[in-house]
Design a binder for this molecule. Structure first.
Ligand SMILES: [Zn+2]
Ligand SMILES: [Zn+2]
Length: 89
């Protein structure tokens, strides 16, 4: 995939840990971001799937490993599908 910004470089899949970005006007840190970066000009492209994850982070909703949204309950979160329980920090 060619870069749409400089049309010289190639977009390379890149994984960045603790990626700082903004989502809905809010600063967030993505634990592991999967983005595409141009190897020539450094232009970044965010896949739709990735943006969805970032929105979840910005909304401060808690999601289970199984993909379901977790319900808040006192000092923990519980998954309504697999009943996985995660303690709040
Ligand atoms: Zn480029
Ligand atoms: Zn679950």
């Amino acid at each position: 995939m060619k870069c749409s910004h400089c049309s010289k470089g190639t977009m390379k899949k890149t994984t960045i840990d603790n990626y700082k970005t903004k989502m809905n006007g809010k600063d967030i840190i993505v634990p592991t971001a999967h983005i595409k970066v141009c190897d020539s000009c450094g232009y970044e492209v965010y896949p739709a799937k990735e943006l969805k994850i970032w929105e979840n982070i910005a909304s401060e909703r808690k999601y289970c490993q199984c993909g379901y949204e977790m319900m808040e309950r006192n000092k923990e979160y519980i998954c309504s599908k697999c009943y996985n329980v995660v303690k709040k920090d």
